[in-house]
Design a binder for this molecule. Structure first.
Ligand code: DAH
Length: 353
């Protein structure tokens, strides 16, 4: 009987080692420990054994039963662990998804070149202590015109063909419009802070214009303003040169020409040497060797007053950057209409930048 038990246990050991899943293990357990199991049957036959035999076989049989139980539990735990690991392996998240998709020739999204340049410029100005402001696309004529020293009978309103809203007016009777420039954020920025301050305000602007290679009805600008005490034109030139050097990653030659904008006095057109032809003359610079990039000037006292700032105490400069033009210069794009074409063949070229 003793040998029979030991043999049974040996057989169990060799069988359990081969088990591959929980069901197999549970079946094997039933084969040995179930009601009609081999071990159970053997133990039942103990009844006929002598007292002497029972004394030896009894503890041995119990011991074997315990060992079988233990091995079954161990095997089940081992199988469970293995299954969990297999599941984890299968559901592993591939964090290199972008690259692996690229390898397989799949398209993945990216930023539009205007957004890339806008973010780059924001970083440059943030590093120079500027705040970044946002403003509404739908403006009232006070913020877009009057506060900027452009009263309703001013000829400068004609310079900017405006999309007007014909319905609701503001409580003080002002008409609504789609902002024609990001300069409309100037007064909002001034009234919400105390000098000295400096901020930029990037965003879309809208004009009712015929489109061509250098004009779009929807385009992007970045307004900038710095207000403090004794600010001079050389401060303005310094910031503008730093900006252009950072954008184009090289020293950029600039020149100032007088320019008329009602909200600055004196006003300037800041040109940079054309990077496409190096100043020799090409279609981008209209054969002049220079490209107009930055209208700017010293803030008009009337604008400071509209912003609740005393012009006898403070002054400052302002500028308005055309982001689309800058993207065209930076990447050598000859037609502004590509930027809004929605053509994936065009925008996908910038994914790597
Ligand atoms: N708002 C002007 C435009 O859209 C650009 C501009 C010119 C902004 C001179 C300024 C500035 O801040 O000082 O044409």
């Amino acid at each position: 009987m003793k040998e029979k038990l030991e043999e049974l246990y040996k057989k169990f050991e060799s069988q359990v080692a081969l088990m591959k899943n929980q069901a197999e293990v549970l079946n094997l357990k039933a084969e040995y420990l179930g009601k009609k199991g081999a071990l159970t049957e053997t133990l039942k036959s103990l009844k006929q054994a002598t007292v002497e035999e029972k004394k030896v076989i009894g503890p041995l049989a119990n011991d074997i039963k315990d060992k079988v139980q233990k091995q079954v539990s161990q095997k089940l735990a081992e199988i469970e662990k293995k299954e969990i690991n297999q599941k984890l392996e299968k559901s592993k998240i591939d964090i290199s998804f972008r690259d692996s998709m690229k390898d397989k020739g799949h398209f993945h999204g990216g930023l539009h070149p205007v957004t890339i340049i806008q973010q780059e410029i924001e970083d440059i100005f943030i590093s120079m202590g500027f705040d970044v402001l946002d403003g509404p696309h739908i403006e009232d004529e006070f913020h877009n015109f009057e506060a900027l020293n452009i009263p309703s009978d001013h000829p400068a309103r004609d310079m900017q063909d405006t999309f007007w809203f014909h319905d609701d007016k503001t409580p003080d009777g002002k008409r609504h419009l789609l902002r024609t420039h990001t300069s409309s954020i100037q007064v909002r920025g001034m009234t919400s802070r105390k000098p000295p301050f400096r901020f930029i305000a990037p965003g879309k602007a809208f004009r009712c214009e015929r489109t061509d290679a250098s004009h779009e009805m929807v385009f992007h600008q970045l307004e900038g303003m710095m207000v403090g005490k004794d600010i001079s034109v050389s401060n303005l030139i310094y910031f503008m040169k730093t900006l252009l050097r950072e954008i184009f990653k090289k020293e950029v030659e600039v020149r100032l020409r007088p320019g008329f904008f009602p909200f600055v006095e004196p006003g300037f057109e800041l040109d940079m040497k054309c990077l496409i032809c190096g100043g020799k003359g090409c279609s981008v610079c209209k054969q002049t060797g220079w490209v107009e990039v930055l209208p700017c000037g010293m803030i008009h006292p009337n604008v400071l007053k509209a912003g609740k700032i005393d012009p006898d105490e403070y002054n400052g400069f302002a500028f308005g950057l055309g982001l689309d033009r800058l993207v065209m210069m930076k990447y050598g794009i000859e037609d502004i209409r590509h930027l809004h074409s929605g053509d994936l063949r065009f925008v996908s070229q910038f994914r790597g930048f």
